[in-house]
Design a protein around this ligand. Sequence first.
Ligand SMILES: Nc1ncnc2c1ncn2[C@@H]1O[C@H](COP(=O)(O)OP(=O)(O)OP(=O)(O)O)[C@@H](O)[C@H]1O
Length: 368
Amino acid sequence: MTLLDVRGLTVTYADGAAAVRGVDLSLEAGGTLGIAGESGCGKSTLALALLRLLPPGTRVGGAVLLDGEDVLSMKWGRVRAVRWAGASIVFQGAMHSLNPMRRVGDQIAEPILLHRRAGPAGARRRTGELLEQVGLPAARAAAYPHELSGGQRQRVMIAMALACDPRLIVADEPTTALDVMIQAQILRLIGQLVADQDVGLVMISHDLAVLADTCDRLAVMYAGRVVEEGPAGQVYAAARHPYAQALSAAFPRIGDPASRFAPRGLPGDPPDPAALPPGCVFRPRCPVALDICAVQDPPLRDTGDDRSAACVRITTRVTTPTAATDSDTARDTARETDRETAADTPGDEAPAPAPAPGRSEEARRDTP
Ligand SMILES: Nc1ncnc2c1ncn2[C@@H]1O[C@H](COP(=O)(O)OP(=O)(O)OP(=O)(O)O)[C@@H](O)[C@H]1O
């Protein structure tokens, strides 16, 4: 059963930054989906949009169906009911997310009381259970955030996220601020909890290896779009989109000593989301770009093998671009592939439509 179905999601900030541009994603109940991409590609914006946490003035379009119900068109009372109980979020910096003036136990108990899951005594009991579930002694409920280590604070955030038994947890770079040992512990904990409790997980990270380890499926974002999606192990081991390939090559691989010493970076920067180039937005950095890429912004296309990619060179017959482009052979292959693509997908020549203007967060709030 589909737990989360994101359809044509667009997010444009008040300053005109098109941070998310027509994202389609879905997650089965109890499934795990990783979202990867370099800084600024729109991962956090996407996470915030899932729970209607974007700042006022932001325009949002499309649909976010959680158990079939569109979060984006819900009344605010319903949104409040869905947060924590339907879906909850774990942010990257626990120190900034927790109130430094309140004991962590009181902060974990708050959503339990707010959603009337228990009275004060029951909420205290449940808080102790949750702390133990995330590997902390129940007595740590009395601690203030500054009395805990970074890893312990992140465990508290996870306990809070679990407090009302949500169907979905969105974890936005949950281990970024932690050292590698604690990172591994927290990732193990998240993996174990979602498996034991049948909770769906959307995990955001710039680190493909972490996501490949934790998630069933993996989506790679570039400049506000998903450019590749599929089974996590396959996308990580054999990415097809040139950007996903570059992102994958940027990390050293365990078991591949050569890559430890020569992780490859990708020259250039992502485009300014307020002034995107025409055609495929990855073209200025793409090592295998074709002339057609200057005018065509390819949509995410199913390649017929449980994977999808947004590149004119990747056809339903699955022709993966190779990094070597200078040789005539590669150019010829590319032209050949280009012809195949055009033949396979008539009508794709038209540039993708501009992001739907969407409705502003205020307009949504004002919806009776
Ligand atoms: N409140 C805001 N107002 C205007 N633009 C914003 C706002 N928040 C983010 N952006 C812009 O939207 C784009 C996407 O940002 P976002 O934080 O979603 O990316 P990200 O992939 O999560 O990056 P990181 O990994 O660094 O957190 C960036 O260009 C960013 O500058």
